[in-house]
Design a protein around this ligand. Structure first.
Ligand code: ASP
Length: 302
């Protein structure tokens, strides 16, 4: 008999459109964006297969993508209107409903880990800006220069945007997982929208919008136009649909359909319920993603 509570993970590397400057447009099969999501899903699955928790698995997967300059999270984040990286991240434990998030962080290499520490070592859910940095130092996360987060590719995109070129906008990262005990977790990390106003906070660190996990419903992580995702509390909405009987795939599809139909919003979503396979949906040209099959094989797709 198949174990419907078999460990499972799905990760995304952002929804968006391919531009002429995008390496992915020259060869979809070996796009760098596929390599990273595969590595992240493999690492997350390795944690789960060894009996680790969904929470540990999603943090591990997201850290890999934050450190990969291909993605719009951590190192390689897009730049805001004044040419700086400002990072948002969140994490949620479906077993306990505990969650943590950080916003407008400028000096931390792995915001998802800071979000986890907000969850575990503070009485708060969301810390932003200088307060998040202060807390990072208190819990032993060293400060890094903002310039260390900025890659030459993102600097070039920023300069091109200032000259009026639209550029591409993919690369937020997220992971949702189910562990051997049947517990769910979700995590998401981003540099936000390119050319955003300094101080802008998107859906990623807003629990219920960009990230949600509840063992009784589902776990979800989003990517796309954050303002629209906040308006429809996308992640919680999808989790509720699973709670009412939809499969993860149906819930993702219906939610993204609503983002498009009601708000003309673009993006993608990954969803995993207490049982069954992971689901995903996007209404953009591409969404890099990788997920485990019941036998542990990892599939990566754009
Ligand atoms: N959702 C992210 C934000 O609005 C951006 C993205 O996913 O591309 O901050």
């Amino acid at each position: 008999m198949q174990d419907h509570r078999a460990p499972a993970i799905i990760v995304h590397g952002g929804a968006g459109h391919l531009g002429a400057d995008d390496p992915a447009s020259s060869g979809l099969a070996d796009a760098p964006r596929l390599v990273g999501v595969r590595r992240a899903a493999e690492e997350g699955y390795r944690v789960l297969a060894q009996g680790g928790s969904a929470l540990v698995a999603v943090e591990a997967a997201v850290r890999i993508l934050e450190d990969d300059p291909t993605y719009n999270a951590g190192t390689g984040a897009v730049l805001n209107a004044v040419g700086e990286a400002e990072l948002d991240a969140s994490i949620m434990d479906g077993a306990t409903l505990r969650c943590g998030a950080v916003a407008v962080v400028r000096d931390v290499k792995n915001p998802v880990t800071l979000a986890r520490l907000v969850m575990e070592r503070s009485n708060h859910v969301l810390l932003a800006g200088p307060g998040a940095s202060l807390f990072a130092r208190e819990v032993g996360i060293p400060a890094i220069e903002n310039a260390a987060l900025v890659t030459p590719a993102q600097r070039a995109r920023y300069e091109a945007s200032r000259r009026g070129s639209p550029g591409t906008k993919t690369g937020t990262v997220g992971a949702v997982a189910r562990d051997r005990a049947g517990h769910l977790a979700a995590a998401t990390s981003t540099g936000g929208m390119a050319m955003k106003l300094p101080g802008r906070v998107g859906d990623t660190p807003i629990i219920g919008a960009g990230t949600y996990a509840d063992d009784r419903l589902a776990a979800a992580s989003g990517t796309g136009h954050g303002e629209r995702f906040i308006q429809l509390t996308v992640a919680r909405h999808a989790a509720d649909l699973v709670g009412r009987g939809a499969t993860a795939a149906e819930a993702a599809q219906a939610t993204i359909q609503e983002v498009g139909a009601r708000l003309d919003g673009e993006g993608g979503l990954i969803v995993l319920g207490p049982t069954g396979p992971a689901g995903f949906a996007f209404n953009t040209q591409v969404m890099a993603r990788a997920y485990s099959l019941p036998d542990g094989t990892i599939v990566a797709e754009l």
